[in-house]
Design a protein around this ligand. Structure first.
Ligand code: GDP
Length: 139
């Protein structure tokens, strides 16, 4: 059975462009409940830990530099079928391939600076939520 929680970050490019409010509004209007939320900034080391799965990829160093370049907003979200539905809402990794009306189509600047993160599976959603939030920070 599909889980009912996912994890997201509004990434530095969207924060810098002042799009966090519009993005959070889209998330809520799509039926996701915000269970946890914080604005914070990753160090390059912590960004590297978060994206450790991509360690061998050629873009890893760029990605960790970018993800630590400014603040982000991290959130745990709740909805039936959360992971899959949220991936549909954000669209493809490369905004050039993202469907009309998706968050990345509307707000992403490039394949790297693509506005928003969304977990790819229930297990990673749980791990990523734990990376940012204590139990006392979830409502
Ligand atoms: P996601 O699950 O859609 O976020 O995509 P991935 O897990 O494949 O990649 C993680 C993040 O790395 C993406 O959201 C982008 O910010 C970045 N990224 C992915 N592919 C590339 C690439 O080919 N070049 C660069 N520079 N960044 C990439």
């Amino acid at each position: 059975m599909a889980g009912n929680r996912t994890f997201t970050m509004v990434k530095p490019d969207a924060m810098e462009a002042g799009n966090a409010g519009a993005i959070i509004k889209m998330i809520q209007e799509a039926g996701f409940k915000i269970v946890a939320m914080k604005m914070t900034k990753l160090s390059e080391e912590r960004a590297g830990q978060f994206y450790a799965v991509h360690k061998e990829r050629p873009f890893y160093k760029d990605l960790t530099a970018y993800m630590s370049s400014g603040p982000i907003i991290a959130m745990i979200l709740e909805k039936n079928n959360a992971v899959e539905d949220f991936r549909k809402l954000i669209g493809a990794t490369n905004p050039a391939e993202a469907e009309e009306g998706t968050i990345r189509k509307l707000f992403a600047k490039s394949i790297e600076a693509n506005a928003i993160h969304g977990s790819d599976a229930d297990e990673t959603a749980a791990q990523e939520g734990n990376f940012f939030f204590a139990e006392t920070e979830r409502f």
